[in-house]
Design a protein around this ligand. Sequence first.
Ligand code: HEM
Length: 479
Amino acid sequence: MAIAGALLKLLYVLGGLAALWFTWRVLEWGWLSPRRLGRALRAQGLRGTAYRFPSGDLPEEVRLLAAEVAKPMPLLSHDISARVAPLLYKGVKDHGKVSMGWEGPTPRVILNDPKLVREVLSNKFGHFKISQLPANFIKMVANGLANHEGEKWVVHRKIINPAFHVEKLKKMLPAFTSCTSELIKRWEDLVESGKAREIDVWPELQDLTGDAISRAAFGSSLSEGRRIFRIQSEQVQLATHMSKTSLYIPGYTYLPTKLNRRVKANSREVEELLKGIITKKERAMKNGHGMETTSVLLTWALILLSKYPEWQDRARLEVVRIFGKKQPDHEGAHQLKVVTMVLYEVLRLYPPITFLERQTYKEIELGGIKYPPGVKLVLPVVTIHHDPDIWGKDVNEFNPERFAEGISKASKEAPAFFSFGWGPRICIGQNFALLEAKIALSMILQHFSFGLSPSYTHAPFPVSTLQPYHGAQIMLEKI
Ligand code: HEM
């Protein structure tokens, strides 16, 4: 009896100690650490929002985004920062170009200054790491180069690099032309001669870029490739939903909710499909965001060329001068100047990835401020791309001419174009994406003229990439 009583007491004591330890950890995570980090940053003059336990600015971000999604924008407005990145925009407007907010208990500093962004992305001190999403998010959605660090990243980048070499890209060109030919054939069957027909090009272009990347990477295993990209797309949407709605409830992603079960089932299916068909280098093609980023680039390009027929004509004239009615080739694609200027201007106004993130893990001085470990640095591509101090008064106008002498001459503060990132981790697929976009756009311009449909509603919205929320309804007419 006495022994049982003593054991019970011991259990009570151990339980009490565990409860104390747990309370201390929660207090440290949700209260003491944010207060410490917040004080350290404010003491150096950084302004911004105050920390709210435990989710920081996340509820406000969800509220602002939900309010914006309902509102259509004026058709000709490209002034999208307040809509697609409301919290970052508000932070910069209310508290300055370098200001702070809170992502849960983690301080988040916005660096709306191209010089600081370049400094962070060139990562010369090795003091920043790719800002980590929850570990199982990475495993399920984007287990690849984009999420590796240090030695592991160096090795992977080296393995993957040759797959994107110019000679390899040349070999991929037939994949791009044959996929676009199929798309054009389908559209030609839908559109009667002499009549314009409305097509929502957004899902069409998603399939096009999915097919092109699958064909380039997986050769004949097209159907498996397509299925993988469909699932990966759904994964990104589900995981975005998870991270926005879970509001940092620790362990939320392990709960057996319907959403979590679906994400895990998808993850298992992708693994099974991949096991069967791909080799090490081919993995490069599926990791990251290749298909979705290129399809939104092409979609916004068609929307903008619909709005600006003078640029559509200029681009078509160039395409016809270089390729005539023939299928585009690699050499010709290199001579496309107007098409390239148009694509850069589309990427400036509608960057597929609206912001990048890094996290400090050592103390680092940047722009006169010492950042302690554990601070998220937000590199807001979209607000930098829409800053009149950097691009001039016509910042919100569609003016591809600004890229006539290349990226470095396009802005006052140069370079300030970050659609593909910068420095050692710059997008490995940028030449792949630009070549594919040039080929697809050239072939569409050779076969169709197009304008916006009256049913098109201008509503850019950041899901995982910057997408047209209500689709991209375009009136196509055969030439
Ligand atoms: C318009 C199309 C694209 C855009 C706008 C884009 C944008 C970006 C950006 C901004 C980064 C840097 C991320 C960071 O620094 O945190 C990046 C990295 C990356 N991109 Fe892309 N991308 C595009 C197309 C592609 C394609 C087609 C592929 C592959 C086929 C690809 C594969 C990758 C990979 C693997 C990385 C990680 C590189 C590393 O960490 O070393 N991207 N991309």
